[in-house]
Design a protein around this ligand. Structure first.
Ligand code: PD2
Ligand code: ZN
Length: 286
């Protein structure tokens, strides 16, 4: 344990500094957080510098940052308030750059929401998450919704919504996975996670072979829960309220925390929550 000035740099502090660096935080922001929690300027600076130097020397941050790739997204040139999605106008309610998040109003009609719920309801089963080791999937406590997948273009309604998404986000229909519908009952949630696949994990080869990485997500709200159920982005303290017919789009140009795309579905506190999710791949999803 190094002693500098009157404050002691603990192993916990060093570990925290390394975690911040791995998550892509800029050193000046890490320094500002340390100052805000009472660390003296010189102590904070030296702890940061020494910890990062030691960590680099240990070889453990030489994992290269993946190169950014093209991602889907609406054309937000000149800050439009309404975007044309091929068959209807969609409102732009909020935009953010890092992470790239766009909240859309009136993406689906009430009738489309109700039809999706009715078609999905009889086919629901407990949602699963990807198992890193094998690329398969399993039930996990972090994800307590029930869900189902439509095949791409399975119904006329799916095909219409897929065309709308492709038009709005300038991304081919064939790069999209089939629509997934999720149902959350009170208490159900989807803890913060990344939608991309961790390329370092064994078992990802088979997943990535079906169209490459995921690069964008559109979560469409099919009802309005009484309380709770927001889509949250903890890195930037953003909470998107689930409102029937609205949607939240976000993209991630590399499979790394620097894209800041960590997100989750907060627990439903009262009522129920229905969403449809469209994941977009780099290439054709087969
Ligand atoms: O239901 C949601 O709000 C939600 C949150 C995070 C859905 C997903 N992720 C997803 O389907 O990936
Ligand atoms: Zn997600």
């Amino acid at each position: 344990m190094a002693v500098m000035s009157s404050q002691v740099v603990t192993p916990e502090l060093r570990r925290w500094i390394v975690e911040q660096a791995k998550a892509g935080c800029r050193p000046e922001d890490v320094l500002a957080s340390m100052r805000a929690s009472g660390w003296q300027e010189t102590v904070a600076f030296e702890a940061l510098e020494q910890t990062l130097r030691d960590h680099l020397a240990s070889g453990s941050v030489h994992e290269a940052l993946p190169e950014p790739v093209p991602v889907p997204g609406p054309d937000l040139t000149d800050s439009p308030s309404v975007l044309w999605a091929g068959d209807r106008g969609v409102q732009v309610l909020m935009t953010m750059t890092l992470p790239r998040v766009v909240v859309l109003g009136g993406f689906l009609s009430d009738d489309e929401c109700e039809q999706l719920v009715a078609a999905a309801r009889p086919r629901l089963s407990r949602s699963e998450t990807v198992v890193n080791a094998t690329g398969g999937s399993e039930v996990h406590a972090a994800r307590t919704s029930r869900g189902m997948f439509f095949d791409r273009g399975e119904t006329a309604l799916c095909a219409r919504i897929e065309q709308r998404i492709a038009h709005l986000l300038h991304w081919p229909v064939c790069n999209g996975e089939g629509l997934q519908v999720l149902h959350y009952e009170p208490g159900a949630e989807y803890k913060p996670h990344q939608d991309y696949f961790d390329p370092a994990q064994p078992g990802m080869g088979a997943v990535l072979a079906r169209g490459g990485q995921r690069v964008g997500t559109l979560v469409m709200y099919l009802n309005t829960p009484e309380r709770g159920g927001s889509t949250v982005f903890p890195d930037v303290a953003l909470e998107v309220a689930p409102i029937k017919g609205n949607a939240v789009f976000f993209s991630y140009d590399r499979p790394h925390p620097v894209a800041r795309a960590l997100h989750g579905g907060a627990p439903v506190l009262a009522g129920e929550k229905w969403v449809a999710t469209k994941w977009m791949r780099e290439g054709e999803f087969v």
